[in-house]
Design a protein around this ligand. Structure first.
Ligand code: ADP
Length: 158
């Protein structure tokens, strides 16, 4: 069974994230969406909130599960029989950092591959931080976040 992980902050989930997760769910048997509980970053949404928003947005995708995790991704993958990391690449600017991460993870866990999916052209500009910035200035974020969690996100960002 091909089990992969889509890791990220998802602070909060955007339609760009959903596009990558949906496409991964068609390519692999099982997709774990790993919500990073990163002590170095202070997220706007708690881990529980980020997980809940993702679960609502992904309901209906039977081979996708959402988990919170901290610690080393390479170790988490080893412990959970995950063979690949799936990441979205938006622009060339994402590449250098992602390349470094992929090589590091492969050194730490040689069984672990990183698969890059190119961002859908309509999502290339989209990031969680952009969503938060627009919402904080009173802008319309309905095109950027899943419809079913739009109101919840707006309420929290006000
Ligand atoms: P960000 O905070 O930059 O939105 P995350 O850390 O939550 O990103 O990202 C998780 C994963 O989703 C990463 O692999 C990232 O490249 C990918 N991703 C985020 N936004 C998009 C997008 N608009 N299109 C494609 N992939 C994306």
């Amino acid at each position: 069974m091909k089990k992969v992980i889509c890791p990220g902050s998802f602070d909060p989930v955007t339609v760009g994230h959903l596009d990558i997760i949906r496409r991964a769910s068609k390519m692999f048997d099982h997709v774990v969406v790993g919500v990073l509980n990163n002590v170095l970053k202070t997220p706007s949404f708690s881990t529980e909130e980020r997980i809940s928003l993702l679960e609502k947005s992904l309901s209906g995708l039977d081979n996708v599960e959402v988990v919170g995790f901290d610690g080393l991704l390479a170790q988490y993958a080893k412990d959970n029989d995950i063979t690949a990391i799936v990441k979205g690449l938006r622009a060339v600017s994402d590449f250098e950092y992602e390349f470094q991460q992929a090589l590091t993870n492969n050194k730490l866990n040689p069984e672990l591959e990183t698969v890059f999916l190119t961002s859908g052209s309509e999502y290339m500009y989209l990031s969680s931080s952009m969503v938060k910035q627009v919402a904080s200035l009173g802008g319309d974020i309905s095109a950027f976040v899943p419809e079913c969690v739009h109101d919840e996100i707006i309420k929290r960002l006000k």
